[in-house]
Design a protein around this ligand. Structure first.
Ligand SMILES: C[S@@+](CC[C@H](N)C(=O)[O-])C[C@H]1O[C@@H](n2cnc3c(N)ncnc32)[C@H](O)[C@@H]1O
Length: 303
């Protein structure tokens, strides 16, 4: 079974306070690593949502010892309101969203990484319609440039899009190595440390999985279902996602749901964690609490 080491677990536990018991929702259950940590630390019950059916099957197996204290749902977290309603769950004590790609997905030959030559797929949910290959071979040059600029923050997006369109006119672009080679030819390497293909791959992954669509709505839906004093923790892995989380939390703090931000600045993983788990490197964690009815927020566990 592939190992996925959950990131920033200590911070998640400090903030969600499972030792007080309660019902938690892991909106991105993955392989169930955070869920297991929460259960071990005292959570009474948990619902795990993920749109990757393979990941869920593994999480289910790993958490079998907790029996009916855990339930899994194959769904998009954007549908959380419906998922909870269908189970008659009106209030939750805490929620977690760990928005990155799981190690299972990175190793699944679905083309998430250009370190290996794999088909350009990038779907987290294998039942979803569009793959990265379809995007690369069918979007117009303009659309491709927009996607790469918007979701990859790639300054040379137009050049990359042009090179892709030129290459696919000769033959369809099918693999990660083919695409990475096209991007590297289009983007001057300069003094940057990261591979020039990184931003284009990120852009395509975000587009294929619609990672930023309705993220704000989802966060609001979670906030509305937290009990007074209940908390939500969101871990993001790129600045576009983190920006949406920051802005939505700020809007919630001012809005009718009455949330209090617990992390003035996003928390970053400790150096030791990054050395042990390089996937943690770009993690940023933000947390917010639903203000208790009295208006006096509990002071414990904030950063
Ligand atoms: C970094 S992994 C989570 C790992 C998990 N915390 C653990 O400890 O094993 C992120 C997971 O979020 C899932 N995911 C991403 N976007 C999703 C969405 N919109 N709805 C449901 N699951 C999603 C991915 O399929 C992936 O399994």
């Amino acid at each position: 079974m592939p190992v996925h080491v959950p990131v920033m677990t200590a911070e998640v536990l400090t903030l969600l306070r499972p030792e007080r018991g309660g019902f938690f929702v892991d909106c991105t259950a993955g392989l169930g690593g955070h869920m297991r940590a929460l259960l071990q630390a005292g959570a009474d019950r948990q619902l795990g949502i993920d749109r990757d059916a393979e990941a869920l099957a593994m999480a289910r197996e790993r958490l079998a010892p907790w029996g009916d204290r855990v339930e899994f749902v194959h769904a998009d977290y954007r549908d959380i309101a419906g998922v909870l309603e269908a189970r008659g769950i009106r209030e939750i004590d805490g929620a977690l969203a760990d928005l990155g790609v799981s190690s299972l997905q990175l190793e699944s030959e679905r083309g998430f990484s250009f370190q290996r030559d794999e088909p350009l797929d990038m779907r987290m949910d294998r039942g979803a319609k569009l793959t990265a290959a379809e995007a690369v071979n069918t979007l117009s040059e303009r659309e491709l440039a927009d996607v790469i600029y918007r979701y990859g923050e790639e300054r040379h997006s137009r050049r990359v899009a042009r090179r892709i369109v030129e290459a696919r006119a000769r033959r369809p672009v099918r693999t990660t190595f083919e695409l990475a080679a096209i991007v590297r030819r289009a983007v001057p390497r300069g003094r940057q440390r990261i591979d020039p293909a990184t931003r284009t791959f990120q852009a395509l992954r975000i587009w294929v999985n619609r990672e930023l669509d309705h993220l704000d709505r989802f966060l609001r839906d979670v906030a509305e279902r937290l009990k007074a004093g209940g908390r939500m923790v969101v871990i993001s892995f790129h600045s576009l996602e983190d920006r949406v989380v920051k802005q939505t939390f700020r809007a919630l703090e001012r809005g009718p749901v009455a949330m209090r931000i617990l992390t003035k600045k996003p928390l970053r993983p400790q150096g030791a964690e990054v050395s042990a788990n390089p996937r943690a490197r770009s993690a940023r964690l933000r947390a917010a609490e639903r203000v208790p009815v009295s208006g006096m927020a509990a002071p414990s566990g904030s950063f």
